[in-house]
Design a protein around this ligand. Structure first.
Ligand SMILES: *Cc1c(COP(=O)(O)O)cnc(C)c1O
Length: 417
């Protein structure tokens, strides 16, 4: 059941007309569907019900506290990549022993905070980081639980900017050198080795890269177990893709079956770090058309939303669907959908056949629930937009629109200027 649907000609989110939300909160705004978020987390959990597992939602995909709370309510933990995400996760009520901490550049302060909180494990990405964690844990009189993030050198066949598991990537430790690193970890007094971790990339639409990575990692796990390491967790990262345009990614059950088969007999608790697949298609960005303009070679639809609100098209050339919120008018035109920002890269769509929008019309940028608000900025001194959650017929503001005052918060003009 798709919870973003037309009723007659009006786009609805669950039981609420999108145009009614727009008249209440103004535009642009992010809009999330509670029922979709709930269905996704439950579907993911259920597909792995037959094996011990922990789903740690990747906070960077959508870090709104209310979204985190929905997942936490459904048994999820969190995958974090910064001290700020740890803070959010704890504020949302996540128990620390369901938090895993990834990322190549954890600072001393961030490591200390995570040890203080008592997280489940650090996914360690370099030899120096391992030593740093050991030293800080020693100062604090603690033992740090770790997995080492290995780089299995598989090609996830996705966009190069979101491919992370190949030799040339900055992430993890080469799988050939991993055993050595594990042996070193075993000699460090304040480190407890409990897992093996990998994350090979994002927006994967095929199963084979996941399976190939697991085959390589099985060999490592076997070696480690022979050497007496008490490995309990196998963290397989996130990366499962979604349909933005016409991609056909595996569904939860297909993904789970492939992974359950590939990990058979390992007797480890599987950890997952899904981000995009849980929130991407649970959210849209709603904008208003300000102007339309006929250039010499192109038509432009100028929306009040821009690349600072949703960066994916500008950043990766990513495809985002564009729907009219009112589809009663059936004409189409081929146009670029652009924002007000002073950059030629400020677009949501290029040379796309879309509804023949007129000034004042509302448009919905679809599949915007992951890496949408979290990547937004104040570029061009544009206040960040609100995040609205619809739950059946309720319109819940889960983040307010920023004010002009918010824009200059923390700035000051020194007296001696
Ligand atoms: C970004 C990221 C994820 C989530 O990736 P998705 O493609 O959104 O599922 C999971 N783990 C790590 C380490 C990441 O960096």
């Amino acid at each position: 059941m798709n919870h973003f649907q037309y009723v007659d000609n009006d786009l609805f989110c669950e039981k609420v007309a999108v145009k009614d939300i727009a008249s209440q909160v103004g535009t642009p705004f992010y809009l999330y569907s509670h029922a979709t978020l709930t269905r996704h987390i439950r579907g993911f959990q259920e597909s792995f019900a037959s094996v011990p597992h922990l789903v740690c939602f990747s906070v960077k995909a959508n870090s709104n506290l209310a979204v985190l709370k929905i997942f936490i309510n459904n048994g999820a933990g969190l995958d974090i990549v910064s001290g700020g995400e740890l803070y959010r996760g704890l504020k949302a009520g996540c128990s620390a022993d369901k938090i895993v901490y990834s990322g190549v550049g954890k600072s001393a302060r961030e490591i200390r905070e995570a040890l203080e909180a008592g997280i489940l494990m650090f996914n360690v990405e370099s030899p120096q980081e391992l030593e740093q964690i050991n030293a800080i844990a020693g100062e604090m009189g603690k033992k740090a639980p770790v997995a080492i993030r290995v780089n299995p050198d598989v090609d996830p066949q996705t966009h190069p900017y979101i491919s992370t598991g190949m030799k040339k990537a900055k992430f993890g430790i080469n799988i050939q050198e991993a055993v050595q690193e594990y042996r070193k970890a075993a000699t460090l007094p304040n480190i407890e080795v409990i897992g093996v971790d990998c994350h090979i990339g994002s927006q994967l639409t095929k199963l084979s890269p996941f399976v190939d990575a697991i085959e390589k990692i099985r060999l490592l796990v076997a070696t480690l177990q022979e050497e007496g390491f008490a490995i309990r967790y196998l963290d397989l990262g996130g990366g499962l893709g979604i349909t933005y345009e016409d991609e056909t990614p595996p569904d939860f059950d297909g993904y789970a079956q492939a992974i359950i088969n590939a990990t058979k007999g390992l007797n480890l608790t599987l950890v997952f770090e899904p981000g995009r697949v849980l929130t991407g298609n649970a959210g849209i960005l709603v904008c208003k058309v300000l102007y339309t303009k006929k250039g010499e070679v192109k038509n432009f639809v100028i929306s009040d939303g821009a690349m600072n609100d949703l960066a994916r098209p500008a950043l990766y050339g990513a495809f985002q669907g564009i729907l009219p919120v009112d589809r009663s008018q059936q004409d189409t035109l081929v146009a670029d959908v652009v924002g007000p920002i002073c950059e030629s890269g400020d677009f949501f769509a290029r040379d796309r056949e879309i509804a023949a929008f007129q000034p004042g019309d509302l448009l919905a940028v679809t599949s915007a629930g992951a890496y949408g608000f979290t990547m937004s900025s104040n570029y061009n001194s544009r206040p960040r937009v609100p995040e609205i959650l619809v739950k059946e017929d309720q319109i819940l503001t889960v983040r307010e629109r920023e004010s002009y005052e918010n824009l200059i918060q923390g700035e000051n003009i020194p007296d001696n200027l």
